[in-house]
Design a protein around this ligand. Structure first.
Ligand code: PLP
Ligand code: COI
Length: 382
């Protein structure tokens, strides 16, 4: 198999890029490639074999940075690659932040490694060990360090991919696995910073059903929502809110972030993960901990009926891309637009973040960017 991309220089040279400071307007960046091509990516194509157990594939991903770091660019795929034909693909998303002291820190990469391993089990892809995942992520950040935005101006977003790239028409797990990590500097996922977003749920659309793959970060979970997502955006909303497939009345999550509602007496509710229809967000689990330890809230992982929102004082979404994003309103409509009477709940004035949302946003960003010595110490294990 050819690795079409050019090999990177030895790692000792990687950090000495001839153009250390990119001449870009960091403030203009949104959640996209932003017209930037970073310098290096990680690319490791390995043979996937059956281990002792036919239900779990194995592969040796232990190659050195010199072998795996190549210039950012294209790579070749057979049209018969399993990923193209049958969607055997997972992805991850994590951020590296420039801290106030100038150092760079990845936010909880082990959690992303574990989630990708869970997905690999389900997709019969050979899992990438946590140490390999984290050291590859680390190498990608070091090799692209000039693309980590300055303190306070966004982050370097890493996108790990794991996919079956072997050529085989057969409907079965691929004989070759490719682990790739590319990166891109990003700004806010939703335009307008901490301005509250408007969500719309669509009756007749489901992202995931019980028994499906909603709880793993499968690439194939996203394109099936494009139509629904564009439908709500065309109607002026910022994102889709996904309801459960079984009853259509329970809130699950937003298009690419987890959902929380804040009720009186500082009780926060977020949908529980038992149904395996919701992505277990790294930000979600972090926010649950911060809400309890830093904000004195009671957190309940349990059902949220649409009608419960009438009692909520605040709502927000959270995710790697989304950070903590206040939700200003939630409405419900039919996917075909035939229902003209839409239910709508507005939180506060519909635009300003509520106090708990604001506090969680500040606390999370403070930890990510290392601006508070006390929090640095208490969350050092993250
Ligand atoms: N839910 C979905 C569907 C997502 O795509 C994401 C983003 O990764 C999340 C939730 C939030 O997960 P995390 O906090 O790990 O980014
Ligand atoms: C993230 O927030 O990191 C995600 O992966 C969600 C997304 C599809 C942009």
């Amino acid at each position: 198999q050819t690795q079409a991309a050019t090999r990177a220089p030895p790692s000792s040279n990687i950090r000495q890029h001839s153009d250390p400071k990119p001449n870009v307007d960091w403030d203009s960046f949104g959640f996209s490639m932003n017209g930037v091509r970073t310098d290096y990516m990680w690319l490791n194509r390995v043979e996937a074999k059956e281990g002792d157990n036919v239900m779990q594939l194995i592969a040796d991903y232990s190659a050195s940075p010199n072998d795996c770091l190549s210039e950012f660019g294209t790579f070749q795929l057979s049209p018969a690659a399993t990923v193209l034909n049958y969607g055997q693909a997972l992805f991850e998303g994590l951020k590296a932040f420039r801290r106030v002291d100038g150092s760079i820190a990845l936010f909880r990469p082990e959690r992303n490694a574990e989630r990708m391993q869970n997905g690999a089990k389900r997709f019969l892809l050979p899992p990438v060990p946590t140490e390999v995942f984290v050291s590859a992520a680390d190498a990608v950040v070091r090799a692209n360090s000039r693309w980590v935005p300055p303190f306070g101006k966004g982050a370097l977003y890493l996108r790990p991919l794991l996919m079956g790239t072997g050529d085989d028409l057969g409907v079965k797990p691929s004989w070759e696995s490719t682990f790739c990590i590319y990166c891109c500097p990003v700004g806010n996922y939703f335009k307008g910073g901490l301005k509250a977003i408007r969500l719309q749920a669509l009756r007749g659309f489901s992202r995931a059903a019980q028994g499906g793959a909603g709880h793993v970060k499968a690439s194939g979970n996203y394109a099936p929502a494009f139509f629904a997502q564009r439908t709500v955006k065309q109607r002026g909303f910022d994102d889709l809110l996904c309801l459960d497939a079984a009853t259509g009345n329970l809130i699950e999550e937003a298009g690419a972030s987890n959902f929380f509602a804040v009720f009186p007496n500082n009780t926060i509710v977020t949908p529980c993960l038992n149904s395996e229809t919701i992505l277990p967000g790294v930000t979600r689990v972090s926010i649950i901990e911060l809400a309890v330890r830093e904000c004195g809230c009671t957190v309940v992982e349990g059902p949220i009926q649409l009608s419960d929102l009438h009692e909520a004082c605040e709502a927000f979404c959270c995710g790697t891309g989304a950070s903590v994003t206040p939700v200003g309103s939630v409405s419900v409509a039919k996917i075909d637009g035939t229902e003209d009477k839409e239910e709508c709940v507005i939180f506060g004035d519909g635009t300003t973040p509520g106090p708990i949302t604001q506090r969680l946003y500040n606390t999370l960003l403070t930890i990510q960017t290392g601006t508070d010595e006390d929090l640095n110490q208490r969350y050092a294990a993250w």
